[in-house]
Design a protein around this ligand. Structure first.
Ligand code: BGC
Length: 455
């Protein structure tokens, strides 16, 4: 339960120059799924698989942002955002993932960037938020090393067009979630259920990140480059058994956090063999020189935080994973998604990153944080959630973590992946039948918070 004040004028003050933002992603909002020469992405394919998405929802229209971006930028201006994090649809720019560029795809992002700059909002694109061109998936997707090279070529194409105006770039969104949901469990596109044989997807995404970073730096010498990792503090339950449960938590931490952060900041992977997770294919995919490419210096780490993960030793060790995911025993408040609301997990996460990587940790931006709440405009629970989590960021800053910004997820209600339109994360309610946008109470609260932090 919160005891903190949500009154914007009595809120802890974040450092001068702190970036206030909001985030979205292309497939979740754009619609226009096959307009202007856009190619199919793995999500265009996956949503047509019977049973893949709740009620058969698709992102074909989504928030129709492709046609309504000017109205959406006007909403951002009303909020007073410093920056807007959106993603670029790879198949809009390169319909088959490589080779022929579709100029109309680039034109769309060109117009969006100009509209943002006119509104005084810094464009902060993510190059990959899960919508891989289907043509590349047909060649193995992120299981194939070639995809990392195609990603760097795509980054160069986009940077060439936008780099005169776009200076802050995010390479990947949540490579852990894409590997696990998309390739290990098959609940997201491309819908493969490979379990630990999905591990090469981690390495190839990170290699793609490293190669794309080099391509961005070559095209945009003053670029500031981040990656957005989904990070979770791993917790034990009060009745944890010291040996088995602690070992399970370490294994989960290596898989969720370690694999994706260690190579960036230490130039090495955690030892998965120690947890019995190194699989047949992992050893062969990491080639000489890859870790040097991946660990090239970054200007920031993007952290996406939703909640901690509770872990116990596996009930059935023969089932293949050295941990079981568990429910917390504490009676946390829950979001509409039934995710526990644990703001101090964000402080724990941020201080934990600093403890683990020390001077090697670059400045941090929270690139996603927010919650699904029931439809309706009076979203008091979302205001509480945001207030508590932004306070948790302020706590981390006071403990010495260099956090430079906060982007809430999300500006608009949107296509929430396998949940379709059933989960609403927006500061702005979207009526998907009419595309009418209506700001919620949380919109006014965030606007006032940003204004009072500036005053
Ligand atoms: C993703 C978003 C998603 C949000 C809420 C993050 O994992 O980057 O695309 O909508 O969580 O589930």
């Amino acid at each position: 339960m919160t005891t903190r004040s949500t009154d914007a004028t009595r809120f802890p003050r974040l450092p001068a120059g702190f970036t206030w933002g909001a985030s979205t992603a292309a497939y979740q909002i754009e619609g226009a799924a096959d307009e202007d020469g856009k190619g199919a992405s793995v999500w265009d394919t996956f949503v047509r698989r019977p049973g893949a998405v709740r009620d058969g929802h698709t992102g074909d229209i989504a928030c129709d942002h492709h046609h309504r971006f000017a109205e959406d930028v006007a909403l951002m201006r009303r909020l007073g955002l410093d920056a807007y994090r959106f993603s670029i649809s790879w198949p809009r720019v390169l319909p088959t993932g490589a080779g022929k560029v579709e100029p109309r795809g680039l034109d769309f992002y060109d117009r969006l960037v100009d509209a943002l700059l006119d509104a005084g909002i810094e464009p902060t694109p993510t190059l990959f938020h899960w919508d891989l061109p289907q043509a590349l998936e047909d060649e193995g997707g992120w299981l194939s090393r070639g995809t990392a090279h195609r990603f760097a070529e795509y980054a160069a194409v986009v940077a060439e067009r936008l780099g005169d105006r776009v200076k802050r770039w995010i390479t990947l969104n949540e490579p852990f979630v894409h590997m696990s949901f998309g390739y290990a469990f098959g609940v997201h596109a491309p819908g493969r259920a490979l379990m630990l044989d999905a591990l090469p997807v981690a390495h190839h995404q990170l290699l793609g990140h490293g190669l794309a970073t080099a391509a961005l730096r070559a095209a945009v010498p003053d670029a500031r480059i981040l990656i957005a990792n989904n990070c979770t503090p791993v917790r034990l339950r009060p009745d944890a058994r010291q040996d088995e449960d602690v070992a399970a938590a370490s294994a989960y931490d290596a898989l969720h956090n370690g694999i994706f952060n260690d190579p960036l900041f230490t130039g090495s992977y955690p030892d998965l063999t120690a947890y019995g997770m190194a699989d047949r294919s992992w050893g062969g995919v990491v080639r000489d020189g890859d870790l040097a490419t991946i660990s090239a210096p970054l200007d920031g780490l993007g952290v996406n935080y939703y909640n901690p993960t509770w872990v116990t030793a596996p009930a059935d060790p023969a089932a293949g994973l050295p941990f079981d995911l568990a429910e917390p025993t504490e009676p946390y408040e829950r979001t509409a998604f039934d995710w526990p609301v644990v703001p101090d997990g964000l402080t724990e996460l941020l201080t934990g990153l600093k403890d683990r990587y020390g001077e090697a940790l670059p400045p941090v931006w929270i690139t996603e944080n927010g919650c699904s709440q029931p439809a309706g405009l009076h979203d008091r629970a979302r205001i509480d959630y945001l207030a508590e989590h932004i306070s948790a960021v302020a706590d981390a800053v006071s403990l010495g973590v260099d956090v430079r910004g906060y982007f809430t997820w999300s500006l608009l209600d949107n296509f929430e992946w396998a949940e379709g339109y059933h989960q609403r994360f927006g500061l702005v309610e979207v009526d998907f039948a009419t595309q009418r946008r209506t700001p919620r109470a949380s919109f006014a609260w965030y606007r006032d918070l940003i204004a009072s932090q500036r005053s």
